[in-house]
Design a protein around this ligand. Sequence first.
Ligand code: ADP
Ligand code: MG
Length: 688
Amino acid sequence: MTISQGRLHERSIRYVKGVGPHRMIQLAQLGIATVEDACYYPPRRYEDRTRLATISELKPGEVAAVRGRVLTTALRRLRRGQTLFEAAVGDATGVLKLVWFHSPYLAEQIKTGDEFVLYGRVEGGSRRQMTHPEMEPVADDDDGSLHMGRIVPIYPLASGLTQRWFRRLIATILEEAGDELEETLPEPLRASRGWPGVTAAVRELHFPTSWDALTAAKQRLAFDELFLLQLALAQRRAKTVNTVKPHRYVLDGPATQGLRQRLPFRLTASQERVLSELLADLSQPYPMYRLLQGDVGCGKTILLIMLMAVAVQSGCQAVLMAPTELLAEQHAGVAAAYLGPLGVSVTLLSQGVPTAERTRAARAIAAGKISIVIGTHALLQRHVTFHRLSLVIIDEQHKFGVAQRARLARKAARPDVLVLTATPIPRTLALSLYGDLAASTIMELPPGRQPIDTLWMHEAQRDDLYNLMRRHLADGRQGYVVYPLVEERATTDRKAATQMAKRLQTEVFPEFRVGLLHGQMKPKQKERIMRAFAEGELQLLVSTVIVEVGLDVPNATIMVIEHPERFGLAQLHQLRGRIGRGSHPATCVVVSDATDETIRQRLNAFVQTIDGFQLAEKDLELRGPGTLLGRYQHGWVRFRIADLSADRPLLEAAREEAQALIGRDPQLGDPSVAALRGQLERLRQQPG
Ligand code: ADP
Ligand code: MG
């Protein structure tokens, strides 16, 4: 036995035959440290080599795999030191030409007489050709082996590892340890869907016996991942939600009635619907645990104030935590404007408040003399305690870690918790990240909102751009220039942004005041600049930090985004939400000469779509779930096989099954689900 004893996730890949220290490092780059990692390392694609096409069968335009022997090779030198490597391969039916640019080393790897499987797009008319095909050498004894005569896996590999070597590695592991893979899916669940057992499924994942068998295997393995995550979420939800809360609310009382009368606008249908969802939650004997999402500017704040009014008229306290000083201040200002006249006290608790004042406030809060507390991280400090806190609200919740949110919630006995996000999340992601939360979504913007015109301009149009900006500023409006920093080049980028601000001030807009905001500034300094902009002392704000979440300056009507290719769609949309908040029409301009196709698609989508949810779906499609998940999640979910943009029905199924199972057996105590319980434990023990 070459693979030592122990559970597969604890067995280092190092001890598999053929893996030495060097290979171990190469495998580690692929995220493969253990035998189990290797088992679940999915191929990037598969090649049907049960019957490869002959060269004469190749049709121009199609992507095909073909087997041939090298007839001739030639390395040509082109102008300016560039090279072209050409080869001709043949089989019994014809000749195929192969071309590679800038790859002179291939002359060492591809020799006359060698045999290869080639994979690529077929070009040309009568004389067929492939440019930069993928290729894999064929050995004489290959037929009927791992590499030929079957559906063959092609893996995403780091340089230095060959497909043949890796395939052999996987085959060895499956042979020796495949039977030890742990079955986690309860038999009835598996049987009802006709899915293979885990060992068979993993074998099929790597060496499919047919396309249908592969599909079933992938489904089953993807389900495993989704199911595990949904179980964790369902358990968490069961724990938080199934305990009776100590407080009861008066939903309709003087504060809410007074507030309704004072509203300067009618709530939109969407706001009303979400409000009734929230109130229904509050009226339950169990704590609310809900996510409120809605595009920037859709009017979430007023709903928060409504809920806080409910808490107050019920003799309880409410707390609202925001990620920045300015945002906390703005919330406190709005809350005080609505609730102050009704005799409700609102207190701001943030680093910006002088210590003595903060201490006094903390004392009043602990004594229950203050009902509504709004603040930043400062709220998390140990000396901040409440008298009768029942409602915890967290704005822009993704700016806070899980631990921070939990810490705030622990300041109350089984409080109702509402978390907010203005970053629209496609439903699949929402389910996988917040499957334990109920979600409410505000779908429409308030009426009368000015549309935001979005333009894509090129460098050559800079003069037009400056004229456009000048028109906005001359009308008394304000604007942002967003200049993103790239981490590795932070210093150079900051200089570039600083220079840009200087140039805009001295050469382009001497008649206006231009401010600069960048990440290296002290918080105090940043606050000062943001405030100066908010109060209209600055007309133009050049910023390297993404214009801080929540900054609400209705007079800002123009935003210019430099290097928009450095942002994802969601970020671009988030930025754009900073303008168009007032009664004047707004314009957002991305400046880019990008030629890269995915970037062009992204910018085009941004220019054409103003709906955050549509953009989020598009983002998921363009970037794949990996990056998005990375951004939203807090570490512990890793999908190797499940694909969130394609496996949505599977995700919904996993969620239902998980909820049903947890409903029957919250602790997963039944022996038939012992393996699942074990895996969940492992998931929890992971860092993050
Ligand atoms: P967000 O959801 O991004 O937090 P806000 O709550 O800050 O948005 O609302 C943005 C602006 O829209 C605020 O100035 C608010 O007063 C206004 N607003 C909210 N609801 C309505 C409504 N139903 N009709 C008109 N204006 C509204
Ligand atoms: Mg807001």
